[in-house]
Design a protein around this ligand. Structure first.
Ligand code: ADP
Ligand code: MG
Length: 477
């Protein structure tokens, strides 16, 4: 009894259909054409190299069992991969598919060249895709020049810079940039992309968020366009995938990304990824994907310190052509320390308010506006904090304020601290005295008078007091 390839395949399909989801069946089995049956070898035609790999990876045992059921234990399957409408026209490409019973099939991978046709749909919807036409989706305003360096980002920045000079030519592949929200991951990742484009006009750079990638993948599934989707991504020389934490628990998307990742990496392409946490803390991610991330370098971005925050604000002001007094800058930098995005938000609010009221931004206005940004608005300042601030300023040890010492510097710091405690806290004179080694209320009164006299007569001293008061006010907001 001789059977046709069609009849064997249709029996195979009937069984497979019952074993997998309808969507998977449509995507991965409907496009297959049976082409030949000879000596118990069934040849099927698949649309692409990727398609073949996918079948191999996901359906190999199902296919094996089903085919053996139809044709017996010595059944074999061969693939023929269609090369779409290619410039490099090599015609249909046949993959010798080894006997199921001997197991390993992966050795075929390297012998099958990926030839990409010209008809691939770009999920970014740019018709008439040619490789050179792929828009990188980068914002040119994110560059290295305006990415301020600080201790918080030094490693990430310099690794990023190295990658930008030599894409795929460093050990940092993939480069994973991680850190909390608003700390510059997107900025830095895009800066790398922009820098590569500047140096290497012929490299195809693509920036995409993992969210967008996921949606494109789902669309591709719906439209039976997985091949186009994957081929498109396989064209990329430098792939920047932003916010990979959103891949969590999306196993199919991870699967496809894994595939693309491998293809690109094997072909000497650069991968850059960002994540809001270190790769080891990513939950809902397949281990094999996480292990890929460890191949390169993971570098973190931390919260910028005070000086870096000032530098960032100054850079922003400069590039926006605006001016704010040093007071205001320091005040903003001092009070907003969570992340750079909030820092920028504060700056924008200041400018908006000032142009709305047609008023220059002075410290008072800044205080009013920044209040909205800082969670604990009117933190009551403590006597201890005042003592600490004063002692830091005069560089004297704080515990000396409670001693009997009559050294001039200590006495001055002690009296001034009492004076400030009286103006900035609601504590009674008695309580204030207690905080200074149990002095009585008349000592506090005397101290306050002494300080007031000095302020009225000694300009240098007055300036020092102003300076300290500024620090205290900042902490109150
Ligand atoms: P993330 O992606 O980590 O959430 P972004 O890259 O979107 O953060 O950064 C938030 C904002 O802060 C952006 O406008 C970015 O330009 C700015 N920014 C972050 N870090 C720096 C830096 N080191 N120098 C200058 N601007 C920065
Ligand atoms: Mg981001």
């Amino acid at each position: 009894m001789s059977r046709t390839p069609e009849s064997v395949w249709s029996s195979v399909l009937n069984i497979i259909r019952d074993n997998i989801s309808e969507q998977s069946f449509k995507t991965w089995f409907e496009p297959i054409l049976p082409v030949e049956l000879k000596n118990n070898v069934l040849t099927i035609q698949v649309p692409s190299q990727f398609f073949y790999e996918w079948l191999e990876e996901h359906y190999v045992s199902l296919l094996r069992k089903t085919l053996q059921r139809e044709l017996g234990a010595d059944a074999r399957l061969e693939y023929r991969i269609v090369v779409e409408n290619s410039d490099v026209n090599k015609g249909p490409y046949t993959v010798e598919y080894p006997n199921y019973n001997t197991g390993n099939t992966k050795n075929q991978e390297s012998t099958v060249p990926l030839v990409v046709g010209t008809q691939i749909k770009n999920p970014f919807i740019i018709p008439g895709l040619k490789k050179v036409n792929i828009d990188s989706q980068l914002k040119s305003s994110f560059n290295f020049d305006n990415f301020i360096e600080g201790d918080c980002n030094r490693l990430a920045r310099s690794a990023g810079y190295a990658v930008a000079q030599k894409p795929a030519g460093t050990a940092f592949n993939p480069l994973v940039l991680f850190g909390g929200v608003g700390l510059g991951k997107t900025h830095l990742a895009q800066a790398i992309g922009n820098e590569i484009k500047r140096h290497y006009g012929n490299k195809t750079v693509l920036y995409v968020t993992s969210d967008k990638f996921t949606n494109q993948f789902i669309d591709a599934l719906k439209n039976n366009a997985i091949n186009d989707f994957v081929h498109f991504y396989q064209l990329i020389d430098v792939l920047i995938m932003d916010d990979i934490q959103f891949f969590a628990n999306k196993l199919k998307t991870q699967d496809i990304f894994f595939h693309i990742f491998n293809h690109l990496h094997q072909n000497g392409k650069q991968l850059i990824m960002t994540s809001d946490r270190p790769p080891r803390d990513l939950e809902g991610m397949e281990e094999r994907l996480l292990s890929r991330f460890r191949w390169g370098l993971s570098a973190d971005l931390q919260q910028p310190d005070f000086e870096t925050r000032i530098a960032i604000l100054e850079k922003k002001m400069y590039s926006d052509g605006i001016e704010l007094s040093r007071d205001v800058i320091e005040f903003v930098a001092y009070n907003i320390n969570s992340n750079v995005r909030e820092l920028e938000g504060a700056l924008i609010s200041l400018l908006a308010q000032s142009s709305l009221n047609n008023k220059e931004v002075d410290l008072d206005l800044a205080k009013k506006i920044i209040k909205n940004f800082v969670k604990s608005v009117s933190r009551e300042v403590s006597i201890d904090y005042i003592q600490k601030t004063v002692c830091e300023f005069f560089e004297v040890p704080q515990d000396q304020l409670k001693e009997k010492t009559r050294k001039r510097a200590i006495v001055q710091a002690r009296q001034l601290s009492m004076f400030l405690a009286k103006s900035y806290t609601k504590n009674s004179l008695k309580v204030i005295g207690k905080h200074f080694g149990g002095r009585d209320h008349s000592t506090v009164i005397h101290s306050c008078q002494a300080v007031q006299n000095l302020i009225d007569t000694d300009l240098d001293f007055k300036e020092q007091v102003d300076e300290i008061e500024k620090k205290i006010q900042m902490s109150i907001g």
